[in-house]
Write a protein that binds this ligand. Structure first.
Ligand SMILES: NC(=O)c1ccc[n+]([C@@H]2O[C@H](COP(=O)([O-])OP(=O)(O)OC[C@H]3O[C@@H](n4cnc5c(N)ncnc54)[C@H](OP(=O)(O)O)[C@@H]3O)[C@@H](O)[C@H]2O)c1
Length: 283
């Protein structure tokens, strides 16, 4: 049945310029939803053009979701419309030793993965609760189950999101709003390059297909499930992590994430381009 304005609904997908978010946006389009896709780079316009959409609309928003102003820009682009699906997926990693990282980069990870995500969820979640319907997908990670030696701050942010998603889910239990946490393992995206982790074992190993990861997350969200750990190896890793001492997990993580070069951390964060006005492309 072709989607119509009354049935197709609006989906907001953050971090949709590349990787898992791009494929989450494609899943939403495949289900006939109108889309607002967001990232902090102009590539989001190219992503909007390359998504396969038949009857739906795609609006691309460039906004730095690590800042209140960036989240406000996205909220302004929503223009008070009912959001049926929110995929809070934008996130970034940061490799190398904590004390060798620039503090600005550390803040950027926390503000993107945690503060900005919470601010957006707070706004959109309230409107969903008021309407008594909506689906939220939060991209956490199996990294949240283990101390992230050489990716310490990132793993901490994902532990936060994995935990938060379940708490919010249960607070909203009788509200008509479902919350699902997508917990991927290593996935073949630009994540490791952006996190300056290409010279690590995990950066170089074969990883999961982001389209498949997104599909599993999207399907779990549509079924209203609490979480999905993608891939049997990751399910096994998560189960083992539950019964393994943190010291052991932290050493295992060192082997995966320690830079082979052993060098200090160059800044992985590109200079920020602040766009003066709401940069929105509609097609
Ligand atoms: N790849 C993995 O192995 C893996 C495993 C588990 C969980 N995850 C999680 O999956 C999510 C998606 O990552 P990915 O693997 O698909 O990596 P990716 O290809 O680097 O995608 C990350 C997306 O988030 C956007 N983003 C980052 N910081 C942002 C900010 N401040 N404001 C707005 N957009 C921002 C990026 O665009 P810009 O940076 O250009 O804005 C990009 O669109 C992240 O939350 C990540 O933590 C990834």
């Amino acid at each position: 049945m072709p989607a119509t304005a009354s049935t197709r609904g609006l989906a907001v997908v953050t971090g949709a310029s590349t990787g898992i978010g791009y494929h989450l946006a494609q899943c939403c389009a495949d289900h006939g939803m109108d889309l607002i896709i967001v990232a902090d780079e102009p590539q989001i316009d190219a992503a909007a053009k390359s998504l396969h959409v038949e009857t739906t609309t795609v609006e691309a928003v460039v906004a730095d979701l690590s800042t209140p102003a960036g989240v406000d820009k996205l909220i302004a682009a929503i223009r008070g419309r009912a959001v049926h699906v929110l995929c809070a997926n934008a996130g970034r990693g940061l490799g190398h030793a904590f004390l060798d990282q620039a503090f600005g980069d550390i803040e950027h990870v926390v503000e993107t993965n945690v503060t900005g995500t919470l601010y957006l969820l707070h706004h959109v979640g309230r409107a969903m609760r008021e309407r008594g319907e909506g689906r939220i997908l939060i991209t956490g990670s199996i990294a949240g189950f283990m101390p992230g030696t050489y990716q310490a701050v990132y793993n901490g942010t994902k532990a936060f999101l994995d935990s938060f998603a379940f708490a919010l889910r249960h607070e909203l239990r009788d509200s008509g709003v479902s919350v699902t946490c997508l917990m991927p393992g290593a996935t073949e995206t630009e994540f490791f390059e952006r996190a300056n982790m290409l010279d690590t074992r995990i950066g170089q190993e074969k990883k999961a297909d982001p389209a498949e990861v997104a599909r599993l997350g999207f399907d779990a969200m549509m079924r209203g499930e609490g979480d999905v750990i993608t891939g049997w190896q990751n399910k096994l890793r998560a189960a083992i992590a539950m019964i393994t001492p943190s010291d052991v997990l932290a050493e295992q993580h060192r082997r995966m994430a320690e830079p082979m070069s052993g060098g200090a951390a160059p800044s992985p964060v590109a200079p920020r381009i602040d766009s003066p006005s709401s940069h929105t492309t509609t097609r």
